[in-house]
Ligand binder design. Structure first.
Ligand code: GRF
Length: 205
């Protein structure tokens, strides 16, 4: 089976990038990282792939006159590396419609809450503040809204009485690192089909 070429967009720590890389190295994921793009030159994520013969590129928003030309540069870099699936892995920017339409049904994001609850920034803090008893993690396809695209996988974790946002984030992160490689694997195996708002997962052939 051919390896699906991934383009991974990051801004920070890169623990989800690491989880994807680990799954590939362990042959749990039949994929290949074509390029890692960061909008932040100091992102620790960039160091995680050093020494693995993986191209990394820094594309900073401030070097472009507007959002459109910034996103065009990202899209060009992804095309250059023949990327088939784009993964947002802690990428701290909202992508515009023009960018998204170039990769229809081929951009995934990970969000640290059970969407549609607590979209946007600081989802774990929102959950703690609200007082929910259960939160979790969502992998979804990206559309033009903020964390609104069709949901691929979700997994719940309990919110405990003593939790602050850091304790909850830690518990959710553990699940994130399992769930993102699993969703990518389903895509690579051709098992995901988008029907309106629903993502249908077909049985393994
Ligand atoms: C994760 O919690 C992810 O759900 C959210 O941003 C965080 C990124 O963490 N979108 P990392 O950079 O992958 O460690």
């Amino acid at each position: 089976m051919n390896r699906t070429v991934l383009g991974i967009l990051v801004s920070g720590r890169g623990s989800n990038l690491q989880a994807i890389l680990d799954a590939i190295l362990a042959e749990r994921l039949k994929a290949k990282i074509g390029v890692v793009i960061s909008d932040n030159p100091d992102a620790p994520a960039l160091k995680r792939v050093a020494g693995f013969d993986i191209t990394t590129t820094v594309i900073e928003r401030r070097k472009f006159a507007d959002k459109r030309s910034f996103e065009k540069a990202i899209a060009a870099e992804l095309q250059l590396h023949h990327v088939e699936l784009v993964l947002l892995a802690g990428f701290m920017r909202i992508l515009g419609g023009e960018f998204i339409s170039q990769f229809p049904g081929r951009i995934m994001n990970i969000h640290p809450a059970l969407l549609p609850a607590f979209p946007g920034l600081d989802a774990q803090a929102q959950a703690v503040k609200y007082g929910v008893k259960v939160s979790g993690c969502t992998i979804h396809f990206v559309d033009e809204g903020v964390d609104t695209g069709p949901i691929i996988l979700q997994e719940a974790v309990p919110v405990l009485d003593g939790d602050d946002e850091h304790a909850l984030a830690e518990r959710i992160l553990h699940v994130e690192h399992k769930l993102y490689p699993r969703a990518v694997g389903l895509f690579c195996e051709g098992r995901l089909r988008i029907e309106g708002r629903k993502v249908i997962i077909s049985e393994k052939r």
